[in-house]
Design a binder for this molecule. Structure first.
Ligand code: ADP
Ligand code: MG
Length: 160
């Protein structure tokens, strides 16, 4: 699937999706780019909420459905930006959302519906896909860079 490694996981309920997010959080570092794939309601925002909780972000985590981008200040001066590009009408709008500045400042990017921003987004280190599977979800994480490979390995180690 990928030279850099991949991980597959069954998530039986919402709590398992949040937990998977917390497992990825420990592997994150500045500038990491994660694409989140899957249909509406697949669990992409739930997964991101898990990441933010593990980063000890206490506030509410809303889906940036209309704002398209929600920045979070984490401890250690790290910034995480959560994008939901479902309603992006033109990828050029990403310029106005400040994508360049986020990349330049090494923010961690979580991007739902990355295909809507094709050509205007930095390449992903990791692709995380969620899909319905029975009552739960199946998560597939594919590393697309060496850095993504390290993250996927750290994520996978915690799943066993
Ligand atoms: P997306 O961002 O992909 O559109 P959301 O995270 O906003 O999806 O919503 C996912 C929905 O699916 C929520 O109602 C959540 O409770 C539910 N959910 C999340 N993970 C699971 C799971 N592993 N099994 C069953 N339901 C889940
Ligand atoms: Mg969402």
């Amino acid at each position: 699937m990928s030279d850099f490694g991949s991980v597959r996981l069954f998530l039986k309920d919402e709590a398992a999706t949040v937990k998977a997010g917390t497992q990825l959080a420990v592997a994150l570092n500045a500038g990491a780019v994660i694409y989140l794939e899957g249909d509406l309601g697949a669990g992409k925002t739930t997964f991101t909420r898990g990441v933010l909780r593990a980063c000890r972000y206490q506030g509410s985590v809303k889906s940036p459905t209309y704002t398209l981008c929600e920045p979070y200040e984490l401890s250690d001066g790290l910034q995480l930006c959560h994008f939901d590009l479902y309603r992006l009408s033109n990828p050029e709008e990403l310029e106005f959302l400040g994508i360049r500045d986020y990349v330049a400042s090494n923010a961690i990017l979580f991007i739902e519906w990355p295909n809507r921003g094709e050509g205007w987004l930095p390449p992903a280190d990791l692709s995380v896909s969620l899909s319905e599977s029975g009552e739960g979800r199946e998560l597939t994480m594919v590393a697309l860079t060496a850095r993504g490979g390290v993250m996927a390995a750290q994520f996978g180690e915690q799943s066993v």
